[in-house]
Design a protein around this ligand. Structure first.
Ligand code: 8DG
Ligand code: MN
Ligand code: MN
Length: 372
């Protein structure tokens, strides 16, 4: 293919990530890295609007098959405002953005970054701790007035391991662990890799799986049984199980940030070095012979499977825009459970992800093209 120069006419770039094929090949990393710091900082300060604006801009630049080499090249791109353009200009001229540099050395930003790196700690908790004058892990762990919930306790206990990226080889090994446990309790059940590794990522912060049974209703007991099996194998280090609260009569909730209602569990598992081709992606773990890894399992009823798969494959920006596109452009409500047509006042059936794209009048995109 020809090096798509911005001087040659290019097709207009859609405002919606679900209409932009975005692979893992990012030609504009130096800009998107800067944007991500700004987005994160706005998130830490509870400023949703500017945070989303930088996330959208990041996503647009990630979708380009060419590198931005001058500000003029961004002229016809959507979702780039004055602020993002100023950052692009700085990076083009100086190789870095002063605003970003300032943030990276800012105490508040650094402390939030540190605290939210703990499993179970979000911006709200980080804020609470920061306002109390706490700045380090030892500040938190020695302050006896601080109550840590079970998730946060495990987060601190396994912080070293779970803050190391999970490799694709480790994800493959975990897949056979989960396959084994699932088939042991329900031979007819199926396991599918989803999340970042399903989009072809080489590394991730966790490994996500969807498990379901061909028999409707059987999924109710699936996760509790799988959890028991993992416990018996001695590899369950932490488990937060949430039973299903799914109600088919409810209309889809287009707010992406709302969690879905399927039965799910957030786990920390013990992964043996000997089970991973080429060893663990965690130096201390390799010496120890094992490492801790984060695993998410979700178990939708089989008739909801395509919606759950589409919702859990991500990326987060792809999901946000898919829902926004459905609502704004099609008058439809989409979430991880269902698709509802507001004009026809009816739910639209789907047995594959392709059916959902077709209902939305969108060209189908493969998971590896959803890295928005
Ligand atoms: P990473 O783990 O490699 O960092 O990237 P990822 O796989 O894309 O991110 P993720 O945080 O594991 O989320 C994967 C998808 O799961 C994402 O598109 C959002 C979706 N998701 C839901 N419901 C829930 C939920 O209840 N909790 C979490 N953590 N993710 C959910 O649709
Ligand atoms: Mn993931
Ligand atoms: Mn996950």
């Amino acid at each position: 293919p020809t090096e798509g120069s911005p001087l040659t006419p290019v097709a207009t770039v859609s405002r919606y990530a679900c209409q932009r094929r975005t692979t893992l090949e990012n030609h504009n990393k130096k800009f998107t890295d800067a944007f991500e710091v700004l987005a994160e900082s706005y998130e830490f300060n509870n400023m949703e609007g500017p945070c989303l604006a930088f996330r959208r801009a990041t996503s647009v630049l990630k979708s380009l098959p060419w590198a931005v080499r001058c500000l003029g090249a961004t002229q016809d791109l959507p979702c780039l405002g004055q602020h993002t353009k100023k950052v692009i200009e700085e990076v083009l001229q100086c190789g870095r953005s002063f605003e970003v540099e300032k943030l990276l050395s800012d105490e508040r930003y650094q402390t939030f970054k540190l605290f939210t790196s703990v499993f179970g700690v979000g911006p709200k908790t980080a804020e609470k701790w920061f306002c109390r004058g706490l700045r380090s892990f030892s500040d938190i762990l020695t302050d006896h007035s601080i109550h840590l919930n079970r998730m946060q306790q495990s987060g601190f206990l396994h912080h070293g391991d779970i803050s190391r990226a999970v490799s694709a080889a480790e994800a493959r090994s975990l897949r056979s662990v989960i396959d084994g446990a699932v088939h042991c309790v329900t031979p007819a059940a199926t396991v599918a890799l989803t999340g970042g590794f399903h989009r072809g990522k080489e590394f991730g912060h966790d490994v996500d799986f969807i498990v379901t049974t061909p028999e409707l209703g059987e999924e109710e007991s699936l996760l509790p049984n799988v959890i028991d099996e993992l416990k018996e194998q001695g590899i369950l280090l932490y488990c937060n199980y949430q039973a299903s609260t799914f109600d088919m009569r409810k209309l889809p909730n287009h707010h992406f940030e709302a969690m879905d209602h399927f039965a799910k569990c957030f786990l920390i598992l013990r992964l043996e070095s000997s089970q991973v081709e080429g060893g663990l992606h965690c130096a201390e773990g390799d010496i120890r012979g094992w490492r801790a890894v984060r695993v998410d399992l979700v178990s939708p009823p089989v008739d909801r499977y395509p919606f759950a798969l589409l919702g859990w494959t991500g990326s987060r920006q792809f999901e946000r825009d898919l829902r926004r596109f459905a609502r704004v452009e099609r008058g439809m409500l989409l979430d991880n459970h269902a698709l509802y047509d507001k004009k026809k006042k009816e739910f639209l059936a789907a047995s594959t992800e392709k059916d959902i794209f077709a209902h939305l009048g969108l060209e189908y995109m493969e998971p590896w093209q959803r890295n928005a």
